[in-house]
Design a binder for this molecule. Sequence first.
Ligand code: BTN
Length: 265
Amino acid sequence: MPLSEFDIDACLAALNAGVQGHWPTIHMVAMAECNSTNSQLMLLAEDNAATGTIVVSDRQTAGRGRRNRPWISAPHDSLTFSVLWRFPADSPAPVALSLAVGLALQRALATSGALVSVKWPNDILCQGRKLAGVLIETQPGDIKSAVIGIGINLRLPANLPKDVAANAIALDEAMPLVPGRESLLATLLQQLRTTLTQYGNEGFASLREEWQGRHAHENCEVKISGGSENLHGTCFGVTDNGELLLKTADGVRRIISGDVSLRTA
Ligand code: BTN
């Protein structure tokens, strides 16, 4: 197996040069190729890897998305990585973690100059199209240890299926100069650390207003599909538990799973 082209030392130097404090651990694994960084990190987590452990890969052969979908990404044209985050055993269940992660990505990309918004529960949109996705998995029997997998398009792969390409966007369309993977990852990790620490200490209630302010579909008519039932209505925020609030003809519904899409006339 060839060595990864990802420069761990450059990334860690950028990460620890941040003014916001040090990353909890410097255990970063860079792979030239793997099935999925989430799968690799789940194995390390089972082996007691410390909070803050990171796996980044140039190429994934079986990248996974939410709801059992594949995640397609081209080597060098995307940043694919996973972070292990362990919350204290006596902390509340991290039920709104996916929204907190989405907000962390939004914050980081905004400071890098990209105009992005959050889509419930945790996609990142730019110009209404998907720029990044998040897949959070927990260790069996331990919901406080989360493997947070993130895929960000730097440039769109040429072989993307047409229907996916129509709804996708990459950083090269969102900002004038796409940062290198090392400095982008450092920026994202700094913001993940800040946001997840706040989330762990104060809960999602402390992030909720900001999340709603960045919500791509706030006050929009949407369809919810793929959950327990198909619904349509108007989004009006989220709860402290991360449920999406939907005003429907039959009253207010709290959505806990499903795909949100804009309702066209
Ligand atoms: C989604 O939007 O459906 C979630 C996509 C998550 C993709 C990332 S890429 C790094 C990590 N490894 C995976 O197999 N999936 C996540």
